[in-house]
Design a protein around this ligand. Structure first.
Ligand code: PLP
Length: 391
């Protein structure tokens, strides 16, 4: 059956038929606990009744008109996002990579407006920003880039969590117009920068008149225990990108901009056929309302702390576990060895997890998780680690 699909994925041998909350069922009616949420997408879990109703109603009323006409739901969603984020304007896309493309294009316009002929963006080692040509160039992972050369010009790479490296670039290059980074690196291995890093980036950007651009595609929408991960700091970015959990599975992304970045795009500079259509926006509005009503952001903060404490005690004394880290419900357990095979072992036992950066178990459970379910994940994952490492 899969013969006609391009083989872009080594898929696990399981297909899901239905879901409810944190649970999924496969086509043999086996039940799985989803501790990955479709890679940080289904923050509200599966088949959330409010989102399902909103999508169904909207599908029966109006799905798409194009951006040639006003879309009230898009305006409403932009208002809500700007209120939550303190940003000024939004461009809606269909995916994370496209939201980042919009951010990159804003930098080019901004750089040219400052008289820079070849504006450059400082990006980070171990970052992930998507699979389009510009976003894979921004991505700090050779595996993602290999074979797709020539890459896009205009990116300067520095180590993550290293303000000095950025200051050095500032001293040596006149072409930089922006910095783009994830406030917590997701694909790169749940890398959490030091306190003060984002504030430091903000002040370097202010000193040099650069845009501070945050990729909140994985960290946004409450995942880290704040609506946006930058809210753990005092910094407000000039540009921020969202996708993943914004539609709880309905494809929608957003590029938010404020201040000097907000008016870079003018009619004709950018566009999309589907982006921000009535169906996607209605779904995202229902997502925001439900995240608010169910106090999911506070829940992510609370249960994240609980799970980190749980793992610290359940895995105490295991030499093979080199680090346990997390922010809200974005949790990484680093082992001293590659552990990709844990993913299929977990599936066999009815649990969905992920391994990234070779040796980091990544957990991104739904934000509707209960304390009891959090404990179940801690116990199950800890047992898997013990079994796998033999410790
Ligand atoms: C931080 C970050 N940026 C961008 C992307 C790309 O998003 P999409 O797959 O929707 O294009 C991802 C996806 O994993 C991501 O984690």
């Amino acid at each position: 059956m899969a013969d006609h699909l391009m083989s872009t994925y080594n898929r696990l041998p399981v297909q899901f038929q239905r879901g409810e909350g944190i649970w999924l069922w496969d086509n043999e009616n086996r039940q799985y606990l989803d501790a990955l949420s479709g890679i940080a997408v289904c923050g509200l879990g599966h088949a959330h009744p409010v989102v399902t109703r909103a999508i169904s109603e909207q599908a029966g009323q109006l799905v798409h008109t194009s951006n040639l006409y006003g879309i009230a739901l898009q305006e409403q969603l932009a208002d809500r996002l700007c209120t939550l984020s303190d940003m000024d304007r939004v461009f809606f896309s269909n995916s994370g990579a496209e939201a980042n493309e919009a951010a990159i294009k804003i930098t080019r316009l901004y750089g040219h407006s400052k008289g820079i002929d070849n504006p450059a963006i400082i990006v980070m080692e171990n970052s992930f920003h998507g699979r389009t040509l510009a976003t894979l160039t921004a991505t700090g992972n050779r595996k993602v880039q290999a074979g797709f050369e020539p890459l896009v010009q205009g990116f300067i790479r520095v180590p993550y969590n290293d303000l000095e490296a950025i200051r050095k670039v500032a001293a040596n290059s006149q072409d930089v117009a922006a910095i783009l980074l994830e406030p917590v690196q997701g694909e790169g291995g749940i890398n959490i920068p030091d306190a003060g890093y984002l504030d430091g980036i903000r002040s370097i950007c202010d000193d040099n008149n650069w845009l501070m651009m945050l990729d909140e595609i994985q960290t946004g929408m409450g995942r880290t225990g704040k609506w946006f991960a930058w809210q753990h700091s005092n910094a407000l970015p000039d540009v921020a990108t969202l996708a993943k959990a914004l539609g709880n599975g309905v494809p929608v992304g957003a590029c938010l901009a404020s201040g000097k970045a907000a008016d870079m795009m003018q009619p004709g500079s950018h566009g999309t056929t589907f982006g921000g259509n009535p169906l996607a926006c209605r779904a995202a509005i229902a997502v925001l309302e439900s995240l608010e009503q169910q106090q999911c952001v506070a829940n992510a903060a609370k249960l994240g702390t609980q799970m980190l404490a749980g793992f610290s005690s359940a895995l105490a004394g295991l030499d093979a576990v080199t680090d346990i880290r997390g922010l809200g419900l974005m949790i990484g357990i680093e082992l001293d060895r590659p552990c990709g095979e844990l993913v299929s072992k977990a599936v066999e036992q009815g649990l969905l997890i992920n391994v990234t950066a070779d040796r980091v178990i990544r957990l991104l459970p739904p934000l509707i998780l209960t304390a009891k379910q959090a404990d179940i994940i801690v116990e199950h994952v800890s047992n898997l680690v013990r079994e796998f490492t033999g410790q």
